[in-house]
Design a protein around this ligand. Structure first.
Ligand SMILES: [Mg+2]
Length: 342
């Protein structure tokens, strides 16, 4: 579009029938809800189904629903899609119904495996049809060794499904090893890798889309390498909210398959007009404008020519200018005012 043209811009929520929201960094951080999140997600229920998708395998859908309800959201357990549910859905494609499954993990995973009609064992000696592995605080050497015994030698083709491969898990006392680290221990013993159900792999998104009957889903996340990458792999639109792990600096540097459809400072902006980025090229200068913010690029050098009234307009213009340049972030000179988290 030529610079200077005006039009009414749609809001990110427009046309969306299902929101698939991540939890940590989107709905809450630590014990508290993130500003605007609860109000926005409740408001979204007027026009869309609101579902929640979480890689955390140690909490059941009911536990998550109870937590969210406590923050003021209207949520029932079936609104929550967990990585154990996606793992079990994946298992159902890999082994016959009612098979014996070796479970490495906690009660949440056992409950989902049994709910799907499978039988649970903890021993490789019970000839399991597959191994499913998820995080629980008590998973230790003995469970990991059973998984290894069940997956090696003559069982080298036996299906192995991991709920997720997050390397770390945040807990009250700090950052602790996550399921990816425990999967890696088994991997070291057996020399192969599992099928993965959670973000950024697609089974969890597929399950959510099926369950909610979504045709125009919007994934809302705070991590580019799980939420946004997963949405892109699943072919879904995404909104990256700058209230969690990945902030402006990471956003501007995002590789092509981790770039979101929308960038939001907070979830209230789901309902605000989203001004389209307008780009014009004149001789060796590429100008990118979002609302009142304007950035020029000459070769590998970006300059902020107008900061505009709203910080988010400048961030969106910066992302459009950088992503549209076709030059990797390390090949560009980017002014600090674009990415500093002021
Ligand atoms: Mg998150």
């Amino acid at each position: 579009m030529a610079l200077g043209r005006r039009r009414t811009d749609p809001a990110p929520i427009d046309g969306v029938d299902t929101i698939l929201a991540d939890l940590d960094g989107v709905v809450y951080t630590g014990p508290g809800a993130i500003p605007h999140a609860v109000e926005a997600l409740e408001r979204a229920r007027a026009s869309a189904r609101v579902g929640y998708i979480t890689n955390n395998a140690s909490r059941t859908d009911a536990t998550v629903a109870e937590h969210l309800t406590g923050l003021g959201l209207t949520v029932v357990p079936s609104d929550v899609v967990t990585s154990p549910q996606a793992a079990v859905r994946l298992l159902a494609d890999l082994v016959p119904a009612a098979s014996v499954i070796l479970v490495v993990g906690g009660d949440g995973l056992v409950a989902e495996v049994e709910k799907a009609g499978f039988r649970v064992t903890r021993s490789a000696d019970d000839a399991p049809a597959a191994v499913v592995q998820g995080f629980a605080p008590h998973v230790g050497w003995e469970q990991l060794a059973e998984a290894a015994f069940a997956l090696q030698g003559e069982h080298a083709e036996r299906p192995w499904v991991a709920t997720n491969t997050d390397w770390t898990i945040p807990v009250a006392r700090g950052i602790a090893p996550g399921n990816g680290t425990l999967v890696s221990a088994v991997h070291t013993a057996v020399g192969r890798l599992p099928r993965v159900a959670g973000k950024p792999e697609t089974p969890m998104f597929t399950l959510a889309v099926e369950r909610f009957g979504a045709t125009h889903a919007l994934v809302v996340g705070d991590r580019l390498d799980t939420d946004i990458l997963g949405a892109n792999r699943a072919g879904l639109a995404s909104a990256h909210v700058l209230t969690g792990v990945d902030r402006v600096k990471q956003l501007l540097a995002a590789v092509p398959d981790q770039r979101p459809t929308f960038v939001l400072e907070h979830l209230g902006q789901l309902f605000e007009p989203y001004p389209a980025a307008e780009t014009a090229e004149r001789r060796d200068v590429v100008t990118t404008r979002v609302a009142g913010a304007e950035i020029e690029r000459r070769g590998d050098t970006l300059t902020v020519t107008r900061a505009g009234d709203r910080r988010i307009d400048l961030v969106r213009a910066g992302a459009a200018a950088i992503w549209g340049s076709g030059i990797p972030i390390y090949g560009l000179r980017v002014p600090a005012e674009l990415y500093s988290d002021a």
